[in-house]
Design a protein around this ligand. Structure first.
Ligand code: DGY
Length: 327
């Protein structure tokens, strides 16, 4: 009998078709409003799951799912997984790195430029019919070329943002990360390692690309915003919760920093009501990796992980390889 796989939410039909060649597939091509109990019950009837990075897989869920052997996230972020609990329950966890790196870095730059050059404010101004004449001082923004870019979180996406800044825009690139890159990697993306405080004090544009964890919760809060230049912009393409959104809204409304570009939010899809009041923030609904080609590649990578696991006892991008080794 084929293993039973659940696909938690709608994905491309061609990926479902591919999965059906290998598995009994329960697809949810109409977006379900999962309750925790409903999700847990559905998961418990399957050997594996293709998840979208938002369905909880934690100790309580796993205790009710003794049949489950693998969860393959379609996203690179995996803060929906309690990986130590998955390891204890001998459930393999995989994510989808690499295939979205350049696309997400592109979007980080799109938000940086839109925030710094006030693109969405300008568009609202024109649409509202306020544009009567050309004016020298109309909507002045902050320079991107030749400015200082500060990147917090220097994994694959952070390095791709750094290359865009250094090579495309002649920016001086500073970075802060849990561990320092090798000299070769620093040279390749022309980035210099500094403390978080030095980065916040010196950068004209701060881009956040670090994974969410208890340790990275509110990496940027009121104290950090106070260290930034009043002309600085802040871009979050990482995860909600890395920024204290209430503190950021106050900093934007009071002019403590100049602008922000946000693709992710605390408690998304809710957005802090004070952020909605600020005209100097560009808001996006978590679309950093959203080109069709990239989202399709992410879905295929998650499917590849499920197929490799059930047919060869391996995976391409494991998060807890020790579980595989113990099988
Ligand atoms: C990711 O892959 O983590 C993106 O943020 C999409 O969820």
């Amino acid at each position: 009998m084929k293993p039973a796989i659940i696909v938690s939410r709608p994905i491309y039909a061609e990926v479902i078709d591919r999965l059906r060649n290998h598995f009994e597939v329960t697809a949810h091509q109409t977006d379900p409003e999962w309750t925790l109990a409903g999700w847990t019950q559905a998961l418990s009837a399957h050997d594996g799951a293709l998840t979208m990075g938002i369905e909880p897989v934690n100790d309580a869920v796993l205790s009710a799912c003794p049949r489950l052997k693998i969860c393959a996230n379609l996203s690179v972020g995996y803060n929906n997984f309690d990986v130590p609990a998955m390891t204890r329950h001998r459930v393999v966890a995989t994510n989808a790195p690499d295939v979205l790196t350049e696309t997400t870095a592109d979007f980080g730059f799109a938000l940086l430029m839109a925030a710094a050059r006030r693109v969405t404010e300008a568009e609202r101004y024109v649409r509202a019919g306020h544009w009567q004449k050309w004016a020298l001082d109309m909507l002045p923004g902050m320079a991107v070329h030749g400015s200082t870019l500060g990147i917090i979180g220097m994994g694959r996406i952070g390095q791709a943002v750094a290359r865009r800044g250094a090579l495309g825009f002649g920016m001086r690139v500073l970075y802060h990360n849990r561990s320092r890159l090798s000299a070769e990697a620093e040279a390749e993306c022309r980035a210099s390692y500094v403390t978080k405080q030095a980065l916040l004090e010196q950068a004209d544009h701060v881009v956040l690309v670090l994974p969410y964890s208890k340790e990275s919760h509110h990496t940027i809060g009121a104290a950090e915003l106070a260290m930034m230049k009043p002309t600085a912009t802040l871009v979050n393409i990482a995860r909600g919760g890395i920024v204290d959104d209430a503190a950021l809204a106050q900093a934007l409304l009071s002019g403590q920093i100049a602008a922000a570009g946000l693709d992710v939010f605390e408690g998304e899809p809710s957005v802090h009501p004070d952020l909605l009041k600020a005209s100097n923030v560009v808001l996006a609904p978590h679309i950093g990796s959203s080109t069709r080609a990239t989202r399709l590649a992410m879905a295929h990578l998650a499917a590849d992980n499920l197929i490799a696991f059930f047919e060869k006892g391996t995976t391409l991008t494991p998060l807890n390889p020790e579980v595989l080794a113990a099988i």
